[in-house]
Design a protein around this ligand. Structure first.
Ligand SMILES: Cc1ncc(COP(=O)(O)O)c(CNOCC(=O)O)c1O
Length: 419
């Protein structure tokens, strides 16, 4: 065909770090601490709920309400009204989506117009940039930066400069995207940091897209705060959630967007003209999960207490493994991931890839091919303009069976003894 085949909106957004590195990890049968998913099953109560749903009669196998299965939106509204301090309307203020990915896509498609600018705080979950571009918007970047002077030991030492953020706001700015707890750093934004962002959103009449998929996974006393709960923010915030990350069931792909009906109604327009509907039985199971967690909220039997406790142990296990081989991890306050600085690691990359690739990309490929351990390069979570400044880190996922973490530790120890 001589005429142009693909739409211009796909230009420049064809590469995807997950496709590339997941394939490489599989090709080399590497121990996979790369992509963020548990290698263990969801809790028994929600597996049982899924099985019960599947044998729950014909309606569980057919279409349910397009914008969200009624029991699920009802239980989400009831559960989160108590948290966000706002009486959430299950039918107006919630859209159930195919994972948080589709909630993000619907938000950008519905709320970002041609020429709008969207401020993305770096490092960022990589899909934000292509989604902004495909909506016709322009991504503008502001990096979190390590606090000057102090040895950077924690994700909390990476901060957002109010001056730098303010300097990026223009008359064309439509929204600010934040992710807390953050992927890949694990930063959990403090109330005062969110208040600074909220003040700017209100002053400049901006929207906030707040990706909170790791909301239950905080450690060492870090507290997750929903920016939508701050005064004046409910009306201008879309909060993104994920059942995959909430219940360790990433393959179910159930997510949601929550916010004022004035915002959600436009996302429903995108949803009804694209995906239209999410898996009924999976939604039914997640509805039962939130019903249970509502009753057990704050109690030791709650999964939202048990999962972070289990992951805290895995976080400590991975950190001591990295330190034992001379790496200095940045301790995550939350989430699934741990980032470590590799600038002290001297290896002959024996040209794992084209030398125009960033150092962390070449290092990760070397680690997979030569040592059989998969991680993710952190410059994949940065814009091209800032990627060079932050190309000395790699990301490990610690939400894995202890046996997987042990296998990774054996590889790192063996390598360290050979050095
Ligand atoms: C911040 C963030 N938002 C959204 C999502 C997507 O959530 P869902 O799976 O519900 O679509 C993810 C899932 N990330 O998993 C890939 C990785 O970083 O290794 C995520 O990290």
């Amino acid at each position: 065909m001589s005429r142009r085949l693909h739409a211009r909106r796909t230009d420049g957004v064809d590469k995807n770090v997950w496709v590339e590195f997941t394939q490489l990890a599989a090709d080399y049968k590497a121990v996979n601490l790369g992509q963020g998913f548990p290698d263990f099953s969801p809790p028994q109560f929600i597996q049982d709920a899924f099985c019960k749903a599947i044998s729950g009669g014909p309606t569980m196998h057919q279409y349910t309400r397009a914008f969200g299965h009624p029991p699920l939106v009802k239980n989400l509204a009831k559960f989160f009204s108590r948290i966000v301090g706002h009486d959430i309307d299950p039918l107006e203020d919630i859209l159930v989506t195919v994972g948080a990915y589709q909630a993000l896509f619907s938000a950008f498609q519905a709320l970002v117009d041609e020429g709008d600018e969207v401020i993305i705080v770096e490092p960022f979950f990589d899909c934000y940039q292509p989604m902004v571009v495909m909506a016709g918007g322009k991504a503008v970047y502001v990096p979190l930066r390590p606090k000057g002077g102090s040895t950077v030991l924690s994700s909390g030492d990476w901060v957002l400069s109010a001056e730098e953020l303010t300097s990026k706001i223009s008359p064309r700015t439509k929204a600010i995207v934040i992710n807390t707890p953050n992927n890949p750093l694990g930063k959990v934004y403090k109330t005062e940091e969110l208040q600074m962002i909220a003040d700017l959103c209100i002053k400049h009449d901006l929207l906030c897209i707040s990706d909170e998929v790791y909301e239950w996974l905080t450690y060492d006393g870090a507290k997750h705060v929903k920016i939508a709960s701050l005064p004046g923010m409910w009306e201008r915030t879309v909060t993104i959630g994920s059942a995959g990350k909430t219940f360790s069931a990433t393959g179910w792909k159930v997510g949601w967007a929550m916010g004022s009906g004035n915002l959600i109604k436009h996302m429903k327009t995108i949803h009804q003209n694209s995906v239209y509907h999410c898996a009924t039985a999976a939604q039914e199971a997640v509805a039962r999960g939130f019903e249970r967690e509502y009753e057990l909220f704050g109690k030791p039997e709650s999964y939202f207490q048990q999962l972070p406790a289990m992951l805290h142990h895995k976080r400590e296990k991975l950190a001591s493994c990295l330190q034992s081989v001379g790496l200095q991890p940045i301790m995550p306050e939350g989430g699934y991931f741990m980032v470590t600085d590799i600038s002290s690691v001297k290896v002959d990359l024996n040209d794992q890839s084209s030398t125009d690739e960033s150092h962390d990309f070449r290092f990760v490929k070397w680690l997979i091919k030569e040592k059989g351990l998969a991680t993710i390069p952190v410059s994949a979570f940065y814009s091209p303009e800032h990627g060079k400044e932050f190309d000395k880190y790699i990301r490990f996922c610690f939400v894995k069976e202890d046996s997987t973490l042990d296998a990774a530790e054996n590889i790192l120890r063996k390598w360290s003894q050979q050095k």
